[in-house]
Design a protein around this ligand. Structure first.
Ligand code: 13P
Length: 340
């Protein structure tokens, strides 16, 4: 029964035309986002901003689940409805970020290990009580000529699998997020190679630690040229290389791959997902779990007070990414935002 529930939740999160909103910015990250629009990051402002997102009318047509931060899962809408209840009432599945961030990896200059395993079993039980049905853990890897090291890849893969196993034991679908960062001037070939090694380590550890792939979602980077590369690959090449990489490493038992946006522009993140889905059908659903690429326009339209404009921008972005789920997005559709 527990396995069936995980399966059903995993599939619901990648239901046709839908994807995930990552609204799980830690205190430090949300402060950076608020700084960029000149808004002070107080608990009430953070609550009000998240309420704007969650109460956007009709967005449930495009959004299957929302990843929350510890503070947010305990907060409520202005009318007193706890956020997890509010989301559930719209048919949106509440999720929770459970890692405690990337910290320097000992004896490995420039590399990180994600912490948060101690006490995780107890925290997961509490989050389930609070309404969470899925969780997220993010590992990060920087690319240089020599990095990431195999040491960094395997230690993070081990931790990701320990987290995933604990989630499944607690009845939560784990989103496993190994993020190869795209800062730097590396080629798309180098990104392909590093992403391949990272995925190989992650799926080896998941298998060794008995994680049921049917009840697991993968949240990876796309295979892209480094942001400072002199010649950056276009959307068709990104789509082709990303699919080639994932076909080699991601078992078909995984119901869905939900990409992170990782600093791509809103429209690039949508166009890349669209180009990949145009090449389908694929063994897994290809969807989104975007943070910045779903929220950047909403944040600046809101600017701390304009709720309606923020909701309009968020709704539009969610709709564009929903179209990209089936390869039906076209840049002309961006104009709808203006006329809406
Ligand atoms: P971005 O889409 O902004 O990369 O955020 C997704 C996320 O959840 C990172 O952990």
């Amino acid at each position: 029964m527990a396995a069936q529930e995980l399966d059903a939740t995993g599939r619901a999160l990648v239901a046709e035309g839908k994807g995930i909103l990552a609204a799980d910015e830690s205190d430090g990250t949300i402060k950076k986002r608020f700084d960029s629009i000149g808004v002070e990051s107080t608990e009430e402002k953070r609550r009000a901003y998240r309420e704007l997102l969650f109460t956007t009318e009709g967005v449930e047509e495009y959004i299957s689940g929302v990843i929350l931060f510890d503070e947010t899962i305990r907060q409520s809408a202005a009318d007193g409805t706890p956020f997890p209840k509010l989301l559930e009432s719209k048919g949106i599945i509440p999720g929770i970020k459970v890692d405690k961030g990337a910290k320097p990896l000992a004896l490995a200059e420039g590399e990180t290990i994600t912490e948060g395993l101690d006490g995780l079993r107890e925290r997961l039980a509490e989050y389930r009580e609070l309404g969470a049905r899925f969780a997220k853990w993010r590992a990060t890897y920087s690319i240089s000529d020599t990095l990431p090291s195999e040491y960094c890849m395997w230690t993070n893969a081990h931790a990701l699998a320990r987290y995933a196993a604990l989630c499944q034991e607690a009845g939560l679908v784990p989103i496993v997020e190994p993020e190869v960062l795209m800062d730097g001037d590396h080629t798309i070939e180098r990104s392909f190679h590093v992403t391949s090694r990272v995925l190989f380590a992650v799926f080896t550890e998941l298998a060794d630690q008995k994680v049921q792939l049917e009840g697991t979602l993968l949240k990876p980077n796309m295979v892209l040229s480094g942001y400072d590369a002199s010649e950056r690959a276009g959307a068709d090449e990104v789509a082709k290389e990303t699919i080639r990489c994932f076909k080699r490493h991601v078992p078909a038992a995984v119901p869905g791959i939900v990409f992170l946006s990782g600093g791509q522009s809103d429209e690039d993140a949508t166009a890349h997902l669209n180009a990949m889905n145009k090449l389908g059908p694929h063994p897994w659903q290809l969807s989104f779990s975007y943070g910045r690429a779903l929220q950047a326009a909403a944040l600046s339209a809101w600017a701390g007070e304009n709720v309606e404009a923020g909701q309009r921008a968020f709704y539009h972005r969610a709709k564009m990414n929903s179209a990209a789920r089936s390869g039906l997005y076209a840049p002309e559709m961006e104009r709808e935002a203006v006329s809406a």
